[in-house]
Write a protein that binds this ligand. Structure first.
Ligand SMILES: [Zn+2]
Length: 984
């Protein structure tokens, strides 16, 4: 029996404590405190840099996925997005690394599994994660030099922030436009309704936070000098905190930090904590936003009520509020779900709902979207809180929350270090002691005792202290039909304002400046100053995850240290079972199992049971291609995980939900589900428009992708819209026919015990055997033996009609584009390796430059899906989609021995990224990709030569007459004639 080999035996508390002595000075840093946190198997070391006063937190933990981060407190002075634009431009070149964009270049010279930079409301941070120690040291230097000694040139500012540029950069007579990476990134954000609502909410309740990301309206007020000044004020070690995590020695990190910090001196940091507005009376704010074409006109309102609930640095109070918010809003058995959603008053909770810390205060918000009666909403909320004063919260619900928190802590996460960083950094940069933030267990223990002694009184006190008869912030967003047009008009007027008064000299300056920028972007540089890993640093042998397959060929098992948890998965192949017309109902079927309820029990009761006994139960429908033949395979998947002592609940719940869910009896819940899905559609598309465009393109030539499009693409959105219309029109008969009948048919066709397979992960052979028995006895026994087959052969699933150019019309500010082409070879084909490298070379040496830097889109590149046999060029938040499509026509890239090697490093960042225990070996179960296939492909990738890549380009890419273009975004005259325009 394997027992905690990975963690317990190697975590020796006393040995670790001796490693760090309080008062000890290491490279200019004094060890101030050493705090073991046994429940997270870590030791926290708090250090202070004498020269600058900068604080470093080191988390010593036996985890090879090491993390480093430098973070700065950056209060935004206005809404020009200066902290965000600075976050981008610091990474564009520094004193030691004076090359263009060393950050992006390092993506090709490292095996880091995470490199990023992020701007929060009042802080900016730069984290990375890698398992390679040489890489760790390389990247620390890049990160420190980039942030502390950046070049911040004018060209970088124009490229990343904003600029005026001729539509055709070589033609001074063409129209001037606003361009810039952040400018388009933020224009794209505005198209996300949820983001826009939250942002306006934050701007109104906490105006001092400003808009740190930047409001496109004000971004164009920012000047290069403002950026330089902001950097000088804020990116100073005294205004910074640094963080390291993992199993690498602290010494090296501190020595690097000391080297960079020396010479900066000590400064006092004067940046205070932002506070929400003071509420003396109720305040009401109404804003307008974009209307959602996927929702009925009368269901567009989002509205919320917010109370200020004490200081955010009172950690126990903050923790209590989160538990309280969970009881109020989480799941179908929660208080407000019943009152606001189940009652039909609204579609869904608004995104600002729940407890959160904003600046110095905690907030509690109850909000909804899709409500047509704001007054009723408000009186229900107030009456409900009034009623809760006398309500006894059930012990089982509180225990379920505690169970979830404890289970979540035991569950292995490959990015534990990053998660820990995210959880402490915002508070830490706002003066909360990071060591206190790590003592999660103490909070939980206190709460358990508090609950035992005081019961519901804890929550009654919160209501009387902060909510009832206390001032409330009421925020509402209504939709404005011409909202997008008004933004366009505003932009056009602003552009006219900036260009109207330009004289010939100004125009000449702008024209020449952009030529200089273009020239700089196109130049090939000497990158020898940048450190790099070598191909020889990548191990030839990948990680194997040994699995066992039992004699029946049905149970795949994996024995490993799971920290006392078991992970169960099952799947049923549907290839010959479902008729085509039912495919698109599979996602709804899967979702409804965990939201509808059975004939015996309402779902909220089952939900309590799930939370008390497991970490979660889920169902999904998936389609993948065979790794040896590209043949599509449709499966229905189900999973669950729990403590070893509770595994028997999982097959029992699988059976209950799959077999006993009663759609007809619980059709009210089905209606709610449809409304909830409809209300989040538009935000999903605005965030991943390039995926929708890509899917829609590939569905025109690839059967797997055509099925996937029905399950997860535009067709699925259209189905939900159609069903939502039926729900809104209260047409009961039609609802039964269009919704309930297909779900009942699926249920009947799939609840039989043919073609079932399982994948079990646990930490003892006896437990694995026990689970097998439980599955047979508690799940399979309830399935029928009779199987009905269909004549619909999956390989004949209809493709989408093919058009060279399609526009998917959505009311956004920017576009997403995709140009896709078929690559008809399966995963195990020898040439997939060269294609994988090729798309990486094209992206890093050509497309990134053209699409992001020159064309001003937020992102772009080429991606090869070796499993499903498609290749796709894409752009994300793109102001100029037709120019991008032109660029995709001749996407050569600079194929050299060096760029091929860099691409290999980049490909292996993904391949070798640590995986969670629950996902070890998952390719084998989900995709039939064995460890030996992965190893063969690994060697093929390592062996790819420049010649192979040249050949792949010649054979598969040039003369791609089968390519299909799809653009997603607003309609224009240019995309009309000759275009297949799909109105959503
Ligand atoms: Zn950004």
């Amino acid at each position: 029996m394997l027992r905690c080999r990975r963690m317990a035996s190697t975590y020796s508390r006393s040995a670790s404590l001796q490693k760090y002595l309080v008062g000890q000075v290491i490279h200019g840093y004094e060890v101030c405190r050493v705090q073991p946190v046994p429940d997270l198997k870590l030791l926290a070391v708090d250090l202070r840099h004498a020269g600058t006063g900068s604080q470093h937190l080191h988390i010593d933990r036996n985890d090879s996925n090491n993390v480093f981060c430098i973070g700065f407190k950056t209060n935004a002075p206005d809404s020009t997005g200066v902290p965000h634009i600075l976050e981008h431009t610091t990474l564009c070149g520094s004193q030691r690394y004076p090359v263009h964009d060393p950050f992006f270049k390092m993506l090709n010279r490292s095996v880091a599994n995470f490199m990023n930079a992020m701007t929060g409301p009042d802080y900016t941070f730069f984290p990375f994660a890698t398992t390679n120690s040489k890489d760790f040291n390389n990247l620390i230097e890049i990160y420190l030099d980039s942030t502390l000694n950046p070049l911040l040139t004018e060209e970088d500012f124009y490229q990343e922030g904003w600029r005026l540029e001729h539509n055709n950069v070589d033609d001074p007579s063409s129209a001037l436009l606003f361009k810039g990476v952040v400018y388009n990134e933020m224009k794209g954000q505005v198209s996300n309704n949820d983001y826009f609502f939250y942002n306006k909410f934050q701007e109104n309740i906490c105006p001092s936070l400003q808009n740190s990301g930047g409001d496109p309206k004000f971004i164009t007020d920012l000047a290069h000098q403002d950026l330089v000044d902001f950097h000088a004020r804020n990116y100073h070690p005294s205004n910074a905190v640094t963080f390291s995590y993992g199993n690498l020695p602290l010494n090296g990190t501190l020595s690097k930090l000391d080297e960079f910090f020396t010479g900066f001196g000590k400064r006092s940091s004067s940046q205070g904590l932002s506070s929400p507005i003071s509420l003396h009376n109720d305040i009401e704010v109404i804003e307008s936003g974009q209307s959602d074409p996927m929702l009925p006109p009368e269901k567009q309102v989002k509205t919320s009520m917010t109370w200020i609930c004490g200081p955010s640095n009172d950690l126990y109070n903050s923790f209590l509020l989160r538990i309280f918010s969970n009881l109020l809003l989480d799941g179908q058995s929660s208080v407000f779900y019943k009152k606001l959603i189940e009652s039909g008053l609204a579609y869904e909770f608004s995104v600002n709902s729940g407890a959160e810390s904003m600046g110095s205060k905690n907030l509690l918000t109850i909000g909804v979207q899709g409500a047509d009666d704001i007054n009723t909403f408000r009186s229900i909320v107030t009456d409900t809180f009034q009623g809760l004063l006398k309500y006894d919260f059930e012990n089982s619900k509180v225990q379920a929350i505690i169970h979830q928190l404890e289970l979540n802590k035991k569950d292995h996460k490959p990015d534990f270090g990053l998660q820990l960083l995210y959880s402490i950094l915002p508070g830490w940069l706002n003066k909360t002691d990071p060591i206190e933030l790590l003592k999660f267990d103490e909070l939980l223990t206190n709460f358990k005792e508090d609950w035992r002694n005081n019961g519901s009184k804890i929550f009654h006190d919160l209501i009387s202290k902060y909510i009832l008869k206390k001032p409330c912030f009421k925020f509402t967003m209504t939709s404005k039909a011409q909202f997008n047009e008004s933004l366009k008009i505003e932009e056009a007027e602003r552009l006219a304002g900036k260009t109207g008064n330009l004289d010939e000299t100004d125009k000449k300056t702008i024209f020449e400046r952009n030529l200089i920028l273009k020239d700089k972007q196109s130049k090939t540089e000497d990158l020898s100053c940048l450190p790099s890993l070598k191909i020889s640093d990548i191990p030839k042998i990948g990680t194997f995850y040994p699995l066992n397959l039992d004699v029946t060929n049905r149970f795949m098992t994996r024995l490993t240290d799971t920290n006392g948890i078991s992970y169960l998965r099952g799947k049923k192949e549907l290839n010959n079972i479902l008729p085509f017309e039912l495919y698109q109902f599979l996602p709804l079927f899967a979702d409804s199992l965990t939201s509808v309820g059975t004939s015996m029990e309402p779902f909220h009761k089952i939900e309590d049971e799930i939370k008390l006994s497991t970490g979660g139960i889920s169902y999904s429908a998936n389609v993948i291609s065979s790794p040896t033949s590209l043949h599509p395979r449709l499966t229905f998947n189900f999973s669950g995980w729990s403590l070893n002592s509770k595994t028997d609940h999982i097959p029992r719940l699988w059976s209950k939900l799959l077999v006993e869910t009663d759609f007809r009896q619980n059709k009210e819940n089905l209606r709610i589900l449809v409304k909830m899905l409809a209300s989040s559609n538009l935000s999903t598309v605005s965030d991943s428009g390039h995926s929708f465009a890509k899917g829609y393109a590939a569905a025109q030539f690839n059967v797997t992708k055509a099925i996937d499009e029905s399950l997860n693409g535009i067709k699925q959105l259209q189905l939900i819209m159609k069903l939502n219309k039926i729900v809104e029109e209260n047409d009961d008969e039609l609802f039964e026919k269009e919704m309930i009948e297909p779900l009942e048919r699926i249920q009947k066709l799939i609840t039989n015990n043919s073609n079932l397979k399982y994948f079990l992960i646990s930490d003892s052979t006896s437990k694995l055997n026990e689970i097998k028995e439980e599955i047979i006895q508690k799940f399979e026994i309830n399935l029928s033996k009779k199987v009905d087959l269909t004549t619909d052969k999956i390989q004949n699933y209809p493709l989408l009609p093919s058009y060279p150019h399609t526009l998917l019309s959505f009311p956004f500010q920017t576009y997403h584009t995709s140009r896709s082409l078929p690559i008809d070879i399966p995963y195990t084909h020898a040439e997939t390796a060269a294609l994988q490298i090729l798309t990486n070379v094209m992206t890093s040496t050509y497309l990134h430059k053209e699409i992001r830097e020159k064309n001003g889109a937020y992102g772009g590149g080429a991606a090869y899906d070796a499993v499903n046999g498609t290749l796709n060029y894409y752009s994300y938040r793109d102001p100029n989609p037709l120019a991008s499509l032109d660029i995709f026509k001749a996407p050569t890239g600079n194929i050299t021995v060096e760029s091929v090697n860099e691409a290999k490093l980049r490909v292996f960042q993904d391949i070798d990224a640590p995986v969670s225990i629950r996902n070890e070996g998952i390719w084998n179960f989900d995709n039939d990709i064995t460890d030996s296939m992965r190893q063969t492909r690994r060697l093929a990738l390592l062996d790819v030569t420049k010649q192979d890549v040249d050949n792949a380009l010649e054979k598969y890419i040039l003369n791609d007459s089968n390519a299909v273009d799809v653009v997603l975004g607003p309609k224009t005259d240019e995309m009309n004639a000759g275009w297949n325009v799909i109105d959503i």
